[in-house]
Design a binder for this molecule. Structure first.
Ligand code: COA
Length: 261
């Protein structure tokens, strides 16, 4: 795989495990890291060998402690807008990827770190993780999608409490409000996240892609239009070799062997 600034990438079968690595800054996102993430996810979309991605942070303290505050501190309005657009475009690439992306939140997921985790399709957090949007404490507004993805995930009231106080919450609180899917002991975080990815990858690859697309596009449409989109995806899945294999395997009481066509 290509080299990306401040990112380490390992393969585990079809799963790419991506580690954001600036441990001396608790993996804060600077411009080079944002650009590398953008390139990584563009390449992951094109790479047939990559079937799912797990994103985590280097070390045992932090997933990502936010955008790099040093970079942000001197921004003009135009620089701030460009930075927000750059981060949003990268996160939108993750969200729209037609392969599952799971955040393994191994510590602080603050500001841009929580925004990154929320752009992923699923989130597993270590019991020790702390999640929050502390931007208002710095006198700035979240700019990588926090004001939009957080209320969509947890509802307006809970999102506003997190945004307006800036106070972080625990992994268990995050699970209770639906902000993370699962909580794991720190030593088991990667194993449990990998098991979740493998569980997903047992399913038909085309149906996974079409479902990710239906949910992503559908959430941006009125429900009536989104249902039309869903039925189009359903119809498309009816014409695949995978549906023949999946249904035949059920009837023959065996495990399916999907080919992704
Ligand atoms: N941007 C730049 N540097 C950061 C950073 C960020 N978002 N978060 C942490 N760091 C740096 C610290 O400046 C420190 O660097 P130094 O050793 O050169 O001084 C190093 O990472 C370790 O952080 P430190 O604050 O000493 O650790 P801590 O255990 O006392 O606190 C946090 C951990 C996460 C609570 C604290 O670092 C923090 O509040 N970070 C900022 C979170 C934030 O506001 N994110 C949103 C940004 S828009």
């Amino acid at each position: 795989m290509a080299r990306y600034s401040n990112l380490l990438c390992q393969r585990d079968g079809g799963i790419a495990v991506l580690t954001i690595s600036r441990p001396e800054k608790l993996n804060a996102l600077d411009a080079a890291t944002v650009d590398a993430l953008d390139r990584f996810f563009r390449d992951a979309g094109d790479d047939d060998a990559t079937r799912a991605v797990i994103v985590t942070g280097a070390g045992d303290r932090s997933f990502v402690a936010g955008a790099d505050i040093e970079a942000v501190s001197g921004f003009t309005a135009l620089e701030g807008r460009a930075w927000g657009q750059r981060g949003q475009a990268m996160l939108r690439r993750i969200e729209a990827l037609e392969k599952p992306v799971i955040a393994a939140i191994n510590g602080y997921a603050l500001g841009g770190g929580l925004e990154l985790a929320m752009a992923c399709h699923l989130r597993v957090a270590a019991t020790t993780a702390r999640l929050g949007q502390p931007e208002l404490r710095l006198g700035i507004v979240p700019g990588f999608g926090g004001t939009q993805r957080l209320p969509r995930l947890v509802g307006r009231g809970r999102a506003l409490e997190m945004l307006l106080t800036g106070d972080p919450i625990s992994a268990e609180e995050a699970r209770a409000m639906g902000l993370v899917n699962r909580v794991a002991e720190p030593g088991k975080l990667m194993a449990q996240t990998t098991a979740l990815a493998r569980r997903i990858l047992r399913n038909g690859p085309l149906a996974i892609a079409l479902t990710l697309q239906a949910v992503d596009r559908g959430l941006q449409m009125p429900v009536s239009q989104a249902l039309e989109w869903e039925v189009a995806q359903y119809a498309l899945s009816c014409a695949t070799e995978d549906v023949r294999e999946g249904t035949r395997a059920f009837l023959e009481k065996r495990n399916p062997e999907f080919c992704g066509r």
